[in-house]
Design a protein. Structure first.
Length: 272
């Protein structure tokens, strides 16, 4: 009798589907439905893709953990957590494209994740580390960063498919977060003198303002990762890994500071 009730159009329901149906009556959460085109016809699918959204969730957790660590004065851990958020953020989109599991839900979830991990977290970590000692000035510097990150992400979402894929308009939020996190990681055990507090406020505000400028930053999307390269480039890559491993805080700070400055330097060179 039970087998007959579990049949739909002559086929038995999957046990997982039965569990989901049972859970729907217990948990008051609406199932997500998304309309997509298949063979030119609109089709509604329930649920979300697991793997890319799991990676996005990992990025959200890293941003949240960075905030908690900063509140507990564990600044090195907080900075490292932001860099881990960058890794997960870079993976989720690539995994979604490789596995053909891209979705509008994933796009919006990723944007909210970026706001948490690369907008709120770096500002709060910077504030907890040094800029809070400047009072309203420190508060203003970190709020500038948060507000600019929100504007940057909103602008990016509205320019999808319009912007040149070879360049980002404005400093990308992960790079801005890496600049702030690299600064905190490099100086987390230093005495937060007045000079350090001012530098932290200036760097944080600069990272924020750079996100909303019209400066062009290389997206590196034209790199051919599948093609052949000379051996010397592999050797150079090995050297870079060694340098980063020797002093990751300083190396990452220099790398992302250089990237953040590449926008205004390129603009100045073009004018001349």
């Amino acid at each position: 009798m039970s087998n007959e009730t579990n049949k739909t159009n002559g086929s038995e329901k999957d046990p997982f589907e039965q569990t989901i149906e049972a859970a729907e009556g217990i948990f008051p959460v609406d199932e997500h439905e998304e309309e997509v085109l298949e063979d030119g016809k609109p089709v509604r699918h329930r649920g979300v893709f697991l793997l890319p959204n799991a990676l996005t969730t990992a990025a959200v957790f890293c941003g949240y953990y960075a905030v908690i660590s900063g509140m507990n004065a564990q600044f090195e851990t907080a900075a490292i957590a932001i860099f881990f958020a960058m890794i997960f953020d870079g993976l989720d989109g690539r995994v979604a494209r490789l596995t053909n599991t891209t979705s509008e839900f994933g796009v919006q979830y990723d944007s909210l994740s970026d706001m948490c991990s690369f907008g709120i977290a770096p500002a709060l970590v910077s504030y907890s580390w040094a800029t809070h000692s400047l009072g309203k000035v420190g508060l203003a510097a970190t709020f500038i960063y948060v507000a600019c990150a929100a504007i940057r992400l909103a602008r990016f979402n509205t320019m999808v498919g319009v912007e040149d894929k070879n360049y980002f308009t404005g400093l990308p939020s992960p790079a801005a977060a890496a600049l702030v996190a690299g600064m905190v990681w490099f100086g987390y055990d230093a005495e937060t003198s007045f000079a350090v507090q001012v530098i932290a406020a200036v760097v944080t505000a600069f990272a924020g303002l750079a996100m909303i400028t019209n400066l062009k930053y290389n997206s590196f999307k034209t790199l051919d990762l599948k093609g052949r390269v000379p051996i010397r480039k592999i050797v150079l890559l090995v050297v870079i890994f060694v340098v980063v491993a020797m002093n990751p805080a300083l190396a990452l700070l220099v790398i992302f500071a250089g990237y953040a400055l590449s926008g205004p330097i390129t603009r100045l060179l073009k004018r001349n």
